[in-house]
Design a protein around this ligand. Structure first.
Ligand code: 3HC
Length: 286
């Protein structure tokens, strides 16, 4: 099979922008799709800001930043994914939206062998795969936030994913400098199945008044050497995303530890989504 040189990324929020940036920095041509011109502009700004940060930190030169940016093109038309060899969808964690996007991508690449990967955190891959005409070439590829930093990718074959697609995806992860693990097609895969109950337990501790966010976070940072405590991490992930992930996991297992606590729901309803909009368990500069 031809090596992957032409990548598509659908959705340019926190995860999609990170995936596009990492791929461009590894020399791939990346076409990024977003729904509206405003979302395209915001996605471009996010990638540029992250590359600029890399320059400031001495991780890449200005020339390398400009080369990476030149490898990324933007569109709001999914039919422009027709020439892509591999497409990662990273739109909102919502089953209907993801299903619609995969169906549209399936149509766009219908004449090719392209693999469609979903960056879902919790939706069963098989459900998304059977919505397309190429179920054997649909797979889960779950990145971690911040994508340029976290080395892991979970590769999640559905029952009907072909072995060739699994190998192609593992090779692609390696091309991006990531370490792949194979994870089961059950809601939460490996990492979120372990992480989410821990994060939600921290929310319940705040909700019950048992401990303050900063004490909880410092406890896990200083006591267990976690790079950030659970509430700071929830703010990084986005409380709306965390709620959506917990809901999918609860729907699958009916495990009370996966149920989003009322405080999390209320914070999301109030628009306190975490770092991305300046307020979650903590307040951030704009
Ligand atoms: N892009 C690129 N590089 C970044 C970055 C970003 N957005 N954020 C941080 N970095 C780099 C910095 O450049 C720095 O690199 P250097 O030390 O070589 O110069 C390094 O990461 C450390 O950054 P900082 O000094 O600014 O800040 P911290 O030391 O506080 O690290 C952190 C920030 C990397 C976010 C770290 O706290 C961390 O790893 N936190 C845990 C994150 C985590 O657990 N992520 C998984 C979330 S779960 C998930 O994504 C799954 C989903 O389905 C819910």
């Amino acid at each position: 099979m031809e090596p992957i040189t032409r990548l598509g990324v659908v959705g340019c929020g926190l995860m999609g922008s990170g995936i596009a940036e990492v791929a461009a920095r590894h020399g791939l041509g990346v076409r990024v799709a977003e729904a509206t011109p405003d979302a395209v502009a915001a996605g471009r700004r996010r990638i540029t800001a992250s590359l600029d940060r890399g320059v400031r930190r001495g991780k890449l030169t200005e020339e390398q930043r400009d080369q990476a940016l030149a490898r990324i093109s933007f569109t709001h038309d999914l039919s422009e994914m027709a020439d892509r060899q591999f497409v990662v969808e990273a739109v909102a964690e919502n089953r209907d939206i993801k299903t619609d996007v995969l169906r549209a991508l399936d149509k766009a690449v219908e004449d090719s062998e392209a693999v469609l990967a979903t960056n879902t955190s919790s939706i069963p891959i098989v459900d998304l795969a059977v919505a397309t005409e190429r179920p054997g070439r649909v797979i889960g590829m779950h990145f971690f936030n911040p994508v340029p930093v976290q080395r892991l990718v979970e590769v999640i074959p559905a029952l009907i994913t072909s072995p060739a697609t699994v190998q192609r995806t593992r090779d692609f992860a390696e091309l991006l400098g990531k370490q792949a693990i194979q994870a089961p097609d059950r809601s939460g895969f490996v990492v979120n199945a372990l992480l989410v109950p821990y994060l939600l337990s921290a929310v319940r501790m705040v909700e019950s008044g048992a401990a303050r966010p900063d004490d909880i976070d410092q406890g896990m940072e200083l006591g267990c050497a976690h790079p950030m405590g659970p509430l700071r991490l929830l703010d990084l992930i986005g409380l709306d995303t965390a709620q959506a992930v917990a809901e999918s996991m609860y729907e699958e297992f009916k495990e009370p530890l996966y149920a989003p606590p009322a405080l999390l729901r209320r914070m999301v309803a109030a628009g306190h989504l975490g770092r991305k909009n300046g307020r979650g368990f903590y307040i951030y500069d704009a």
